[in-house]
Design a protein. Structure first.
Length: 134
């Protein structure tokens, strides 16, 4: 149960970071706020920034979930992967007629790369900080 809630917390945290960044962009440019897509982004450079924020938010959420559920970090990673896959499917289906197709096909890769980078980072950190057996 701790593993599930740590994965859920990590996912909600990553959504918060991404949503908060979109709110900041919207307020800064006095635009309407949209949680999905590129409508509220003032220029193309902000699309790149949202891609980077999405990658970092996913990476941070997965690292947080794995750290909280430490002995069961692989299980937390798998639960997080299932949750984010469901969320990405929902996001694509909810915005398929509103958001450009190039965005729908490229944006999920930021989350996938964030997942993989977090798994690699966590396992690398775990192996480097392992206590050597005597």
């Amino acid at each position: 149960l701790k593993t599930f809630f740590s994965a859920l917390f990590g996912f909600i945290f990553s959504l918060f970071v991404e949503g908060f960044s979109r709110i900041i962009i919207s307020f800064f440019h006095k635009q309407d706020f949209y949680f999905f897509g590129v409508e509220s982004l003032p220029t193309n450079s902000w699309i790149v920034i949202i891609y980077i924020v999405s990658f970092m938010a996913t990476w941070l959420g997965v690292m947080l979930a794995q750290s909280i559920a430490d002995p069961e970090s692989k299980k937390a990673f798998n639960i997080f992967t299932i949750i984010i896959t469901c969320w990405l499917t929902f996001e694509i289906l909810a915005s398929i007629k509103v958001v450009p197709i190039w965005y729908l096909t490229t944006f999920p890769f930021t989350s996938v790369f964030g997942l993989l980078a977090a798994k690699f980072t966590y396992s690398l950190n775990k192996s480097h900080n392992a206590i050597p057996s005597s």
